[in-house]
Design a protein around this ligand. Sequence first.
Ligand code: 3H9
Length: 697
Amino acid sequence: MNTQNSVSVSTEIVGDVALVAVDNPPVNALSVHVRTGLQDAIARINADQSAKVVVIYARGRTFIAGADITEFGKPPMQPSLPDLLNEIEQSAIPLVCVLHGTALGGGLEVALACHARVAVAGARIGLPEVLIGLLPGAGGTQRVPRLAGIAVALDMCLSGRQVKVAEALEMGLVDRIDAGDPRAVALEAGQDVIAGKLATRKTCDLDAEADDAALAAARRMVAEKHPNLVSPQRCIEAIALSTGPMAAGMQAERAAFMDCLATPQRAGLIHAFFGERAVANVPEKAATPREVASIGVIGGGTMGSGIATSALLAGIPVTLVEVTDEALQRGVATITGNLDGAVKRGKLSAEARDATLAMLGAATTLEALAGVDLVIEAVFEQMEVKKEIFGKLDAICKPGAILASNTSYLDIDEIAAQTARPEDVIGLHFFSPAHIMRLLEIVVGAKTAPEVTATGFALAKRMQKVGVRAGVCDGFIGNRILAHYSKTAAYLVLDGASPQQVDRALEDFGFAMGPHKVGDLAGLDIGWMTRKRKAAERPSNERYAGDVSDRICENGWFGRKSGKGFYVYDGRDMRPNPEVEEIIADERRKAGITPREFSDGEIVDRYLTAMIVEAARVVEDGIALRPLDVDIVFLMGYGFPRFRGGPLHYADTIGAAELVRRIEDYARQDPQYWQVPELLREMAQSGRSFADINKEA
Ligand code: 3H9
């Protein structure tokens, strides 16, 4: 007998077993119709006693991957998940849950409320709510401690990590692991319950053991690593209550969940979650990507080696080309070191490392690239050098091969014009270290063919990266915006703030590192070279931002690599460089500046406003498809705090009218630098937000 309980839940009675199937593609999220369907199924089976056991399983690629995130921020719809799960737990007929794929968040909480759990081999479980600014809100903080202890609950809830079934079995979160199709596993599990071969019990009847040491360690970790985040703290508080009565713990968990749901952090993190997926929505989406069975990488420096490592890790054979044997050997050694690092981090087995390295070829002539499907040039940033290489590649590479440049700011169209096949030329801008950073700017030239762009996105996916489409301009999305707002940091220092205060204020805002620490880490010589390159085109009325940094570089202090920069480095220690203080004082004197005090708030406001100004222009000029593309570039490539959702999501929390007011206020001091972008002015007038523009796109 089959019953359809809702559009996405159906019941099938097989002998004495009721099989309740959830079918809500793509990931079986717990949308309102799934909740009503489950509620109806459990109530009916209990009412008509049509079975002796109920087994919940899911169709498709995964068990329930959690609550339906698209429902958050909208008016609540009944039944709520915690209420439904209490009903499930109280079912008089025993309930079993079969997990396959990824049983996450609310999905795992459904399983925890059932009376036994069977995992299909290969499944993973997790409570990733913290990654979207929440905590488990349907009993996870109360039932995991009862089944597996407080330490396990803290680990799972605070890391959000996915746990493999073998570990889950050890933890006590699943009762056994079976192989096979979820429906077959479900039927067998149901029959085993009836035969007394699979025990059932209610989680709420168990007690959680106190573990003050684990709670204290978790509080310390959160205070140190996530001082800005609300949900991890609330999560610990809820877990701490699991040793008391279940109802009180559930109530506290619910209150904490609702509080977190209302935070801007939740909105920022969910914007980031959907944004990472939405960036793949590009005009070239329908084009068929070309096959990439082999890649050539030109340049064995840090960038080229990182790109080669990334391709190899994606299972794509690579030919690395360098000019001399010596440079080639250095590149191969860097790649080997990168792979060894992956082995150390547990990402790769020693055997897999050897097999991966076996896919690496090396050559000192470009002719070795005649047969590859895609070439990525990663030599130093000089237009003439790149032009020469692309001219040669055009003659050497087979028809249909894609010719890509990893340039971080140069004109892709000018490079493409060196070839007779500009439609095959594209920018693939990786971020350093390229085998670790997940961002890839895919720079589409005027003549780039749609299938070449589609190939860029397909490659990003294979490399487990997030591709963001960018148009051609100096610096594309990320570096163009960076070039603009980094001047603000310099102006703040010239006008009275110290580099340390600027760094601290922005770190308190949530950046992993302040701009002066980042500069020291990346190498101050990079900015120095860029300033020299752009000196000729700098408008005569522009306030120069490089005085202090130029003087630092003239001393040969390039940051960490030379032991000195804005800071002095001594092993793991770093302290402000006193000589830089003198340089700053000197430059202020020369410019006739009387230093003034800045509050941390003003530093953050000026820095972020400058970032938003150029980001708005990048959207206005069509360099980024949508505001969300800018956000993802900054979250994934520039250390922007994820919980703030990216510069343009953050801009919406300030509002266009206030931003225009601020810019006009700052412009009184420097009208050349502080100019209101047309887009922002129009938004201030019309009341449109960047979120609206995302929706319209
Ligand atoms: C929660 O459960 C709260 C509870 O404790 C309490 C409640 C009271 N909802 O990632 P993919 C979409 S909080 C809605 O590309 P994959 C996704 O946007 C939730 N939609 O596939 C995409 O749409 P599109 C806790 C969702 O195979 C499509 O599904 N759970 C949801 O690479 C495919 O996704 C989580 O945080 C959702 N929950 O990865 C899990 N999840 O095709 C979040 C996905 O239009 N999800 N979509 O772009 C994931 O981590 C991954 O999606 C998953 C699959 C690992 C499941």
